[in-house]
Ligand binder design. Structure first.
Ligand SMILES: Cc1cc2nc3c(=O)[nH]c(=O)nc-3n(C[C@H](O)[C@H](O)[C@H](O)COP(=O)(O)OP(=O)(O)OC[C@H]3O[C@@H](n4cnc5c(N)ncnc54)[C@H](O)[C@@H]3O)c2cc1C
Length: 392
């Protein structure tokens, strides 16, 4: 008999796990929304998947994202000054999670993976742990449902370091060559422009990472799409002349009523396994590895860790799933997790002088510019550059 796995949450981690585990194991997904609720709901992320995550999606035969704009480059500006355009080693893509999540759930259901509609509560864990050989908490930043222990040395902050303000807009011509554009305003925050695909066609996502209470933290109290649109127009005109110059005033607007988001994340890294009533329960994705989105790594980390969890479970397919298995999973992901977390946390503070020097060097050397772009595809390289170590 196949071992039974219950996956709680069908976001980035939950879906990749369901696709990759379904042939070897008896998988059930527990999720509280129907695909249609998700499609018609609010945006959740800016979800740039760099090529390693896209390669995994392809390997696990997940619905492809090929129709989305092909993100080839990273543009970096300091205030109004364009510094450089670095080339990625493979295309990245951003597809509205309302589309990918609803499509993935419908496709898995069609392939016979059972979905149980439930917002799982902590008091239900005992019964669920009993019903499955393994429970995976993939509840995202709403989670976790289990007391996975906090890793204090990777969790330095008690409060969010940025306010995240996101709108999916039409009427903003993308940067050329197609890429993610980052404008840094020291002390105030960053603006990311991301070409993406939604159900209603291509958009440019404008994503502000505002230092709390700074000049870009200007969306407090905004509750309607109309007010959000107007505030974004004003901020862009006042602080981002490069973007303002690419706006077509008559076409500028949110792509739909649900296409905006305001949130803030307190980063926290947890050891991703516990023994509960003698059963192993593991976490994957934001429920245990939660980072500020400033480096655009959350989906990519969730995808990486979901694959490492798959490998761990396959390696112990015939043996009991116990604490050793939890430890093996944690040992596999810990080096990558440390790199991505320390790099991301460093990006929310003032940039170290030697990193500013690297960025300035990239302004006059295409090779250096490409190396900076590569950080986003390969966080250990970014970590090495920030902390002066060789990439692991
Ligand atoms: C503003 C913003 C921008 C971002 N931009 C990027 C980016 O460009 N690139 C990138 O890689 N990452 C980005 N991220 C991070 C990325 O979105 C997350 O890291 C990623 O979605 C995490 O995947 P996950 O599967 O852990 O959680 P999710 O994708 O959030 O999925 C978890 C799912 O579980 C469901 N759930 C929660 N609780 C329960 C429960 N009790 N029972 C059943 N279901 C439950 C939730 O509704 C959700 O659908 C961004 C995040 C934010 C906030």
């Amino acid at each position: 008999m196949k071992k039974r796995i219950g996956i709680i949450g069908s976001g980035v981690a939950g879906l990749q796990l369901a696709y990759s585990l379904k042939n070897e194991f008896d998988v059930t997904v527990l999720h509280h929304e129907d695909p249609e609720d998700i499609r018609q709901g609010r945006v959740r992320s800016t979800q740039v998947h760099f090529h390693p995550a896209l390669d995994r999606a392809q390997r696990f035969q997940m619905p492809d994202m090929d129709a989305a704009p092909s993100i080839q480059t990273i543009h970096v500006s300091l205030g109004p000054q364009k510094l450089f355009v670095g080339q990625l080693t493979g295309p990245a893509r951003s597809v509205d999670q309302r589309l990918t999540f609803s499509a993935g759930m419908a496709d898995l259901s069609q392939q016979g993976v059972p979905f149980r509609k439930a917002r799982v509560q902590a008091h239900e864990i005992d019964a669920l742990a009993e019903a499955f050989d393994l429970l995976i908490d993939a509840t995202g930043k709403a989670g976790p449902l289990l007391p996975f222990p906090v890793e204090k040395e990777l969790t330095p902050f008690q409060t969010p370091q940025r306010k995240c303000i996101v709108g999916y807009f039409t009427g903003v011509s993308p940067v050329e060559p197609t890429g993610v554009s980052i404008t840094i305003i020291p002390g105030a925050g960053e603006m990311f422009e991301i070409p993406a695909l939604t159900e209603n066609g291509p958009v440019t996502i404008l994503f502000i990472e505002a230092v709390p209470d700074g000049p870009l933290d200007a969306f407090k109290g905004i509750k309607t799409a109309e007010a959000f649109e107007e505030r974004m127009r004003t901020i862009v005109e006042d602080s981002f002349p490069g973007i303002a110059g690419r706006i077509q005033p008559d076409a500028f607007g949110l792509v739909d009523e649900g296409a905006y988001l305001q949130t803030a994340v307190t980063p926290v890294i947890r050891k991703p396994y516990v023994i509960h009533n003698s059963k192993l329960i593991v976490g994957c994705g934001d429920s245990v590895f939660l980072a500020d989105p400033i480096t655009g790594q959350g989906c990519n980390t969730a995808s990486y860790c979901a694959e490492q969890l798959l490998e761990t479970l396959l390696a112990s397919k015939e043996s009991p799933w116990d604490e050793q298995v939890g430890m093996a999973y944690w040992s596999r992901v810990r080096p990558y997790l440390t790199a991505v977390t320390e790099w991301t946390n460093a990006m929310t503070g003032p940039l170290p002088e030697h990193v500013v020097h690297i960025l300035m060097q990239a302004a006059s050397s295409q090779e250096a510019a490409n190396q900076v772009a590569h950080w986003f595809e390969n966080p250990p390289a970014a970590h090495a550059a920030f902390f002066n170590k060789q990439p692991s």
